[in-house]
Design a protein around this ligand. Structure first.
Ligand code: NAD
Length: 303
């Protein structure tokens, strides 16, 4: 039987609606979350990603303020803008769209973002908190992936999860989140000797590489949950994931591309921004209660 498709578009739309409702209630108190968006350079894909995120902000009721910087921007100029947004009380989250122009030290700029405004969860400090199981901002794509897996009703405890890809933004953090949820985790990458041997063990398979057709049905355990993170543009203009279409014949659940992980990444950015806003308000004593995300994490390392 063909795999059930996990409708990331519908899930993301539901999450945005929930967030919009929360923001609407807060707006009645005269407060509103704000996202500072930095787009440096002319990367066409980055421009589309930023546009999608700003559209989502408008839907949720987050005030997004766009800062367009030329491709010739220096590291100093970008650092100066981050510093200004760090100090701006109307900005609760900072979205630094990557890649940054050539010659700019990305790590240095990312790490200049105030940890409480790091809604992508990319700073070294927040990555370290995730690693040690402390409450932190969960990076958007991994957070969305966990929500997609949870929507299948599959309990991760004791399951074998295999992640292909070891990037700092997807592979590594998603592996940590799966481990935190008590899965047995294997991470594969470009030097893995026999990829199929590892993937065939997976009850849950997360593919985050960027190579169309990398995984086919012969590499997938029957009934597995397969999350296809890859986004590849084919010469004919179509966007496809890393899984061959025949994976649908073996998997139990599968995320489509487009319409799977992508929309959830954007919705989770909205969620992180609203939660950063709530934490800021709480620090000022304006809003009671604790944000859901802060309450939900912090188990890592404990049996
Ligand atoms: P990356 O290039 O930083 O990392 C790719 C990883 O794949 C590396 O760790 C590498 O070791 C591994 N790899 C390369 N060739 C391999 C092979 N033959 N076998 C096994 N592993 C191999 O990429 P990334 O930033 O992690 O993104 C991965 C993919 O996910 C890309 O297609 C990207 O566009 C997509 N992505 C989608 C979203 C979304 O929201 N939908 C978000 C982030 C990334």
């Amino acid at each position: 039987m063909a795999a059930q498709l996990i409708d990331g578009r519908a899930m993301a739309s539901g999450l945005r609606r929930e967030l919009a409702e929360r923001v609407r209630k807060l707006a009645a108190k005269g407060v509103k979350p704000g996202l500072g968006v930095i787009l440096a350079g002319n990367n066409p894909a980055s421009r589309i990603y930023v546009q999608k995120k700003e559209e989502a902000c408008a839907e949720v009721g987050i005030q997004s303020v766009h800062h367009d910087l030329p491709a010739t921007s220096t590291e100093k100029e970008i650092l100066k803008l981050v510093e200004r947004l760090n100090a701006d009380r109307t900005v609760h989250g900072i979205l630094l769209q990557l890649p940054l122009p050539e010659g700019v030290d990305e790590r240095k700029v990312i790490d200049s973002i105030a940890p409480e405004k790091d809604v992508d969860g990319f700073t070294t400090g927040n990555a370290g908190r995730l690693f040690t199981g402390k409450k932190s901002v969960t990076p958007c794509t991994p957070k969305g992936i966990l929500k997609l897996i949870d929507s299948t009703g599959v309990d991760l405890k004791g399951k074998h999860a295999v992640v292909i890809g070891r990037s700092n933004i997807v592979g590594k953090p998603v592996a940590l989140l799966l481990l935190e949820r008590h899965a047995t985790v294997t991470i594969c990458h470009s030097r893995t000797k026999d990829l199929g041997e590892a993937t065939r063990q997976a009850d849950v398979l997360v593919v985050a590489v960027g190579k169309a057709g990398l995984v086919d049905q012969s590499m997938v355990k029957r009934g597995a949950v397969v999350i296809d993170v890859g986004m590849n543009r084919l010469p004919d203009g179509r966007v496809v994931g890393d899984c061959n279409p025949d994976v649908r014949e073996a998997a139990g659940w599968l995320t489509p591309v487009p319409g799977g992980v992508g929309p959830m990444t954007v919705a989770c950015l909205m969620e992180n921004t609203v939660e950063a806003f709530l934490l800021a308000q709480k620090a000022l004593g304006k809003v009671a209660g604790k944000p859901a995300e802060a309450a939900e994490r912090g188990l890592h390392g404990k049996d």
